[in-house]
Design a protein around this ligand. Structure first.
Ligand code: GTP
Length: 215
């Protein structure tokens, strides 16, 4: 369970883009720990289960743009499903977490979480599969290759992380932001082209990527 540090409502002028992300997965896989670490907080060996939902905000920079990540941490307990599913709305990215030391948490990815995401998010949402707790390789029960195959099969990126040792967390969140940003750019770029075509203009500057398109 976490305390919120900042309101999700922010002045629009302080950032170029706001991306809403959501972290899902079974209870105890380390969702809260991942978010706390990415937010710059200390890892806690004994954390309290999340009650319903909580969030953190972190700002990153990509291609000279300020991107505000509003990251929602959900409870993995089924009794909170009705609360947490409403928070999928508007999410541009999902971090789907299992614990490499728990085969049950990996099985749930297929039997529970992918269905959940498909039922509650818009088409084209970015999904990253995360195998957490890679700092305890002696307790590993889910092979990397199996998880990677599942990710490839569904078109997800795959990372193994450790919230405890702060391994790969920056990479996973930055990859997510990069993918969302690049897709947003492509969409705006094609909109600009269409706009230029319909208005009969010869050149159009894309505001998102700062690319000048010669038509
Ligand atoms: P819910 O809130 O119940 O859904 O759980 P959660 O997925 O948010 O898990 P949480 O972050 O509360 O972590 C559960 C337990 O796993 C805690 O005891 C953490 O200290 C531990 N833990 C989390 N991440 C790691 C990790 O990377 N390595 C190790 N060794 N332990 C971890």
């Amino acid at each position: 369970m976490m305390e919120s540090l900042e309101s999700p409502v922010n002045s629009r002028s302080s950032y170029d883009h706001l991306f809403k992300l959501i972290i899902v997965g079974d209870s105890c896989v380390g969702k809260t720990s991942i978010l706390q670490r990415f937010h710059g907080e200390t890892f806690l060996p004994q954390s309290v289960p999340t009650i319903g939902i909580d969030f953190r905000i972190r700002t990153i920079t990509y291609q000279n743009k300020i991107i505000k990540l509003q990251i929602w941490d959900t409870s993995g307990q089924e009794k909170y499903d009705s609360i947490t599913t409403s928070y999928y709305r508007g999410a541009l990215g999902v971090l789907l977490v299992y614990d490499i030391t728990s085969s049950k948490s990996f099985d749930s990815i297929k039997t529970r979480w992918i269905k959940h995401i498909n039922a509650n998010t818009r088409k084209g949402v970015k999904i990253i599969l995360i195998g957490n707790k890679c700092d305890v390789p002696t307790k590993r029960v889910v092979k990397s290759e199996i998880a990677e195959a599942l990710a490839v099969n569904h078109g997800f990126k795959y990372f193994e992380t450790s919230a405890k040792e702060n391994i790969n967390l920056e990479t996973a969140f930055h990859e997510m932001a990069k993918d969302i940003y690049n897709e947003k750019c492509l969409r705006e770029e094609s909109k600009s082209v269409t706009l230029a075509e319909t208005s009969g203009k010869k050149r159009k500057t894309n505001r998102c990527c700062q690319i000048t398109i010669n038509l």
